[in-house]
Design a protein around this ligand. Structure first.
Ligand code: HPA
Ligand code: MG
Length: 232
């Protein structure tokens, strides 16, 4: 990274609130999900093309010091592998290259019992980082957090707080999707694929109760899908 001063990238694709998206019969959808979705919001091909540009922006912003790409599982796994494939492609073909290391974490949320009964119980939710190497290994490193979606932004702010305590050289965040929502904390990632309306979406590793991760387009789930895959 050429210093802490590098700016947040503001180039992203905006999917407007009044978007029609695409009809399911215009794309290939697994038969087992055909009745559970209302439309395709972002086709996999467009995701692929957008990631190609994100990879270019990232390679421009980091230098031969390299970076540790930190995948936030499970939702981040598709974006992570596709993004790293593109960065590796650039590394093979440009006159400069950015060494990559990888690590994988999951976030567990829990409610602080002390505060759980206050009116503010939602914001008292804490997160715990599970899996991954010892976070202390990130000290002095350039860290790129790779996340599927920023919704309110509160989870990412908590994760950043945890990671900052081990003193990386810098921490950047790449999120495939950012929701346009009035519930937003105001947090914005450094690299954004798409800004989307405030609707519940699935596919491209994003789930509804662990279903739909095996769908390659980002789609809107319908009422039937929510009912069929409601948590038991
Ligand atoms: N879909 C799946 N997971 C999510 C979403 C969503 O719309 N928002 C936050 N996590
Ligand atoms: Mg996520």
């Amino acid at each position: 990274m050429s210093g802490e001063d590098s700016k947040r990238r503001t180039n992203f694709i905006t999917i407007p609130d009044d978007t029609a998206g695409y009809r399911l019969d215009e794309f290939c959808i697994p038969l087992h999900y055909e009745d559970d979705l209302s439309r395709v919001l972002i086709p996999a091909g467009l995701i692929n093309d957008r990631i190609e540009r994100l990879a270019r922006d990232i390679v421009e912003d980091f230098d031969e010091d390299g970076l540790v790409a930190l995948c936030v599982l499970k939702g981040g796994y598709k974006f992570f592998t596709d993004l790293l494939d593109k960065i590796k492609g650039l590394n093979r073909n440009l006159g400069r290259s950015v060494p990559l290391a990888v690590d994988f974490i999951r976030l567990k949320s829990y409610v602080d019992r002390e505060k759980a009964w206050t009116k503010d119980d939602k914001s008292s939710g804490q997160i715990e980082v599970i899996g991954g190497d010892n976070l202390k290994n990130l000290q002095g490193k350039n860290v790129l957090i790779v996340e599927d979606i920023i919704d309110t932004g509160k989870t990412m702010q908590k994760l950043l707080g945890i990671l900052e305590s081990v003193k990386p050289k810098c921490i950047k965040v790449a999120s495939m999707l950012v929701k346009r929502t009035t519930r937003s904390s105001g947090y914005k990632p450094d690299y954004t694929g798409f800004e989307i309306p405030d609707i519940f979406i699935v596919g491209y590793a994003l789930d509804y109760n662990e279903y739909f991760r095996d769908l390659n387009h980002v789609c809107e789930i319908n009422e039937e899908g929510k009912k069929k895959y409601a948590s038991k």
